[in-house]
Design a protein around this ligand. Structure first.
Ligand code: BGC
Length: 760
């Protein structure tokens, strides 16, 4: 029936020509909407949860009857291809008009094959790899009933107290934008108007500015100048939309005093009018209800009306549209045409997804068999996980370790299976994944003895430790007797030649609702590290985290530190790096502070009128610094070591003057001066030295990931285009201002070579 409708619509298109209002999609949707009652249209705007996954407050999850009555347009948190198919069958066969539902899910860093958390994927700086991870996630998800993912999360975050730093690409708008594009293309393919059956719709979130929550406390207030929004926070959302993302999720926070969900400037003036977004907007989880607590209106009805009028099209979970919009039309609070518009946008997404042609295209059980967690997907995940690991310190080349003697593996993350894959692994099957211990053991092939013990608790607070297991079927990390666990660890350590500590955060110490007031190593873990240091044995610290943590003591006392970001293949990938089968290459996309008090900390800050250099020796009074800590990061943005070394030549500019509408090039020779082949991430930064507004001390404007064999040199050339020099001025015009620019190239944001050029 639907197939015939589409064919007729296509025919109408061919007959009537290419006018937009007569394109097949419009013809089809006009026809469908002409048959819909107001309540059925409102139904399309309603998204409900099923009970299989929990990502927010408890809700009534018996939704079959609502689907049958045409009161649900989309469902989330439903798992299992058979379940999804059964629900789709109700929509298609039992509801009056047979309109299929869209099933959405948080496929954030993989479906079943779990890649590193997004902050870790970003640390690869490997755009092709990141795109491929999203592609694989789409292939697995689409074979298991899911047509729509709530990803990419592109919130810039400069304050790692916020646990959701884990879910984004870090602190940089340029890199964040490139990653956003790669993710959208990976999920959706290159044509946003049609989806193959193994492509799914992306949802850019959380629109907007959610990552700027005050004091890093989740869901907290955001207040920001337009200038900062446009220059620092908005670019990744815009890039994702330009890449064709089919949907946008509003954020929990306020923007200019109004909740994003009901912010007309944000959802209509900016998103639709300025950026030409043509997809639909869904709220975040029950965020229309939260408007009561934000103090906008005391009742559902007025909040729902405000959200709809602002540009929200779909209400996630709150049932506010479902329960109030009909009444609001009667009372003249909203117009029926406003409901029509939102309904049309939702139906368009369904049309583009091909659901009217084949409502079951994403839920064919036969497709699900053998298409998830395949050998090939796992190979790619292992590779990307290895690429994501960031070597922060490697005194006397302790790493890589030889496969011999006795190795101690100690720490709360050593043997967890459920925490290894990361916080947003909502569709994980942990029984298939390896623990870190198993990964290391496999790599050792019996050539060395591996002794393992937990050693300490994750946190001192037993209750908090239990809550961090709240994730998707996670097993709590056992709460152990402190003295006994420590004695056991020391006895294991004394038998070993080298100690590997698997510590930091478990999966649910980062992600949603996991703010930390202190981002240092949790106390019981640092205490154990201190005790282990007393044994005099060399220590490798694997720091698992979903944020920039502060490792000052560790950096001064532990020989080698490797930053790890989870993923189902972590056990094998970490072993690959530890034993030297893979040369580390990851680089941080966040500034790691010396201590929590430095936060927010980010490399692309303004200079202030009283700047103090990051590496200044001591405290200076009446200058912009602290009495007790120097300004710089412990490990800066872009930083990461390798088992080989690289040198950078001086920079060659093609010209030292650049016309406002012309290009120049900057080149540098990078040489691998060590003994191993490796990938180096060469970074370009620019600084507009004098402008109508104060500009950052440096901004990433390009990067290349290059492979160099031992001894090999390569010339890396960057083209400097006017676009790269533009910024939003006080009138929010995107301009290039003539004058002097610094151009910097280096292995990270700190250790750069600098030249100057003039724009005329
Ligand atoms: C989160 C979103 C997520 C949604 C659906 C919310 O609590 O903020 O990121 O996509 O739940 O699970």
């Amino acid at each position: 029936m639907k197939r015939i409708q589409t064919a007729l619509a296509a025919l109408a298109f061919l007959v009537t020509g290419c006018t937009t209002e007569k394109n097949p999609m419009d013809v089809f949707i006009n026809d469908l909407m002409s048959k819909m009652t107001l309540q059925e249209k409102i139904g399309q705007l309603n998204q409900q949860v099923a009970g299989e996954i929990v990502t927010g407050s408890a809700q009534d999850t018996k939704i079959g009857h609502l689907v049958e009555e045409g009161k649900i347009g989309s469902v989330l948190n439903i798992k299992g291809v058979d379940n999804i198919r059964a629900l789709q069958q109700i929509a298609v066969e039992k509801s009056r008009l047979g309109i299929p539902i869209i099933v959405g899910m948080d496929v954030i860093h993989g479906f079943e094959t779990q890649f590193p958390i997004p902050l870790g994927l970003a640390a690869t700086w490997d755009l092709e790899g990141i795109q491929q991870s999203a592609r694989i996630a789409a292939q697995e998800a689409s074979a298991n009933g899911v047509a729509w993912t709530f990803s990419p999360m592109v919130d810039i975050c400069i304050d790692s107290r916020w646990g959701r730093q884990a879910e984004g690409a870090g602190e940089d708008p340029f890199l964040g934008s490139r990653i956003a594009e790669a993710m959208v293309t990976g999920y959706q393919g290159t044509d946003p108007n049609t989806f193959a059956e193994d492509e799914i719709m992306a949802c850019v979130k959380h629109f907007a500015l959610y990552g700027a929550a005050e004091a890093g406390r989740d869901y907290n207030t955001v207040d920001m100048s337009r200038l900062r929004m446009y220059n620092q926070y908005l670019p990744p959302y815009k890039a994702a939309i330009e890449a064709g993302a089919g949907s946008v999720m509003s954020s929990f926070n306020i923007v200019d005093g109004q909740p994003s969900t009901a912010n007309h400037w944000l959802l209509t003036d900016l998103l639709r009018k300025e950026w030409n977004f043509g997809g639909f907007v869904v709220t975040d989880y029950a965020s229309i209800d939260e408007m009561v607590k934000h103090g906008i209106y005391p009742d559902k009805q007025h909040n729902a009306a405000m959200a709809l009028k602002a540009g929200t099209d779909m209400d996630m979970v709150a049932r506010a549209f479902l329960e109030t919009l009909e009444q609001s039309v009667k009372e003249g609070l909203v117009k029926e045409s406003e409901i029509d518009q939102a309904c049309r946008r939702v139906l368009e997404a369904k049309y583009r997804l091909g659901l009217f042609d084949d409502p079951y295209r994403y839920c064919k059980p036969e497709r699900a068999v053998g298409s998830t967690y395949t050998k090939e997907y796992r190979r790619v995940a292992r590779q990307l996980t290895a690429e994501s690991l960031v070597l922060l310190k490697n005194e006397n080349n302790l790493l890589p370790l030889e496969k011999k003697g006795t190795i101690a593996l100690i720490g709360p993350l050593a043997e967890t299976r459920t925490d290894i894959s990361g916080s947003w692994a909502v569709s994980q099957t942990p029984e298939k994944y390896s623990t870190l211990r198993e990964g290391l053991d496999r790599a050792l092939e019996g050539k060395a003895i591996l002794l393992c013990t937990q050693g300490c608790n994750l946190l001192n607070d037993a209750e908090a430790q239990k809550i961090t297991a709240k994730g998707h079927g996670n097993e709590p990390i056992p709460y152990v007797n402190k003295q006994e666990a420590c004695q056991q660890a020391l006895s294991v350590a004394r038998q070993a030649d080298v100690i590997i500590c698997a510590m930091g955060e478990n999966a649910w110490m980062n992600g949603e609702g996991t703010s930390r007031a202190s981002v240092e190593m949790p106390e019981p873990q640092q205490e154990l590290l201190k005790a282990l240091k007393q044994t005099g044995k060399p220590i490798v610290l694997l720091n698992f985290a979903g944020r920039a943590t502060a490792l000052k003591w560790e950096s001064e006392n532990i020989q080698s530190i490797l930053q790890c970001w989870y993923g189902s293949e972590s056990g094998d990938a970490i072993a690959d790096v530890i034993f030297g089968d893979f040369n580390p290459q990851g680089k941080l996309t966040v500034s790691m502070p010396q201590c929590t008090g430095q936060l927010p900390l980010y490399y692309n800050h303004l200079n202030t009128g009283r700047p103090v250099a990051d590496d200044a020796k001591g405290y200076r009074i009446f200058a912009s610094n602290y009495i007790d800590v120097r300004n710089g990061a412990l490990y800066p943005f872009g930083y990461g070591l390798s088992y080989t070394t690289y040198t950078y030549s001086d920079i060659q500019l093609s010209h030292t003057e650049m016309p406002v509408s012309g290009n120049i090039t900057a080149s540098i020779i990078v040489q691998n001066t060590g003994k191993r082949p490796g990938y180096e991430i060469v970074q370009l930064y620019l600084r507009d030295k004098f402008a109508s507004i104060s500009r950052p001390v440096k901004e990433l404007k390009g990067f290349r990931r290059i492979h160099l064999n031992a001894g090999e040199s390569k010339t890396v050339t960057f083209e400097i285009t006017p676009e790269l020099l533009k910024f939003y001025n006080n009138n929010l015009q995107h301009v290039i201002e003539p004058g002097e620019f610094d151009l910097m190239i280096g292995p990270n944001s700190r250790d750069v070579k600098t030249v100057t050029f003039n724009v005329k």
